[in-house]
Design a protein around this ligand. Sequence first.
Ligand code: SF4
Length: 323
Amino acid sequence: MREFPFELALCAHLEATTEDILARQIGGGVHAPSNRIIDVLCVEPGTGFDARAELTNERIPDAAIESEVGVGQSRYWRNAFDTSPEYARKVVDRAVEIGFFERERNRGREYVRQVARYPDWFGKLVGIENKPDLADPGDLETQLRKDVSLGLVDEVILATESYVTRAHLNRIPEEVGVWRFAGDEDEREIEVVRESTPLETDTAGTELVEQHAGKADVRVVSAAAKARQRRRMAERAYGKGWRTYDFPACGEIESRDGGLPYCHWKGRVVNPVHCGTDCPGYDPADPPDVDLDFERDSRTPWVADPAGRKRRQTGLDAFRTEN
Ligand code: SF4
């Protein structure tokens, strides 16, 4: 199977069999987040999950969480950020827009506060690298070594459709778990070929930032920097999810099994970014009426329209301001 349909099928399967928040294509580095993109991130809900879901359905910006804007007493917005006023302005506006901050005016000044305390809401993070065909491994080994030496996620998994041999297992770090995800379209199952070994996420790690011929740029990443990046990743996953595509304007497409883009002409799930007039099967039509937020909300713990937000929008909250 191609990588995109494999990834979507795995996400749909994990969504149906776990309570995890799942997201595709999440930056998994610290000094260079986009140097390492994790195919699928599984975020295990922790004790404060319901409080997090109540806050907003969107990603909360890290700068808003780390700012000195607290709960209860509101603060003059400029005094709550240790950044440029321009950046602070953007963060405040976004935090208000998504319902994490509330603001009010007092003698010509704008004051903000958090609508509720930011909770400790997630547990284990599991990073999955998809490689349906192990005969075409690319730089798989390097990617997995990066993940293990950095230790940003609690577990690293390689997921494949291939039959896994001992030679394959010997080539990848022993901490990496291996899943075989295969079977008929409606009955794919995960076979655990090798269990993963939990990584040390609360100690410093080593990040491979760049690699040239005979030379590697490696940085040490502190435990605090890792913790901060883990929260960013969890937030990004919460806001993003895995249905990160729009359905094409083609008569051959339909939504299947909770929002998978199935093409009748190709007889399989397709990547909508490749759809269009260049495709020989293209049949101009309105895109299907699919509500991907509804699919996510009805199948996962993620809440599309939290009640707390609705209450705030009807103006039932009141708050005090600092003098
Ligand atoms: S553009 Fe091609 S691949 Fe995409 S849905 Fe239409 S027929 Fe299928």
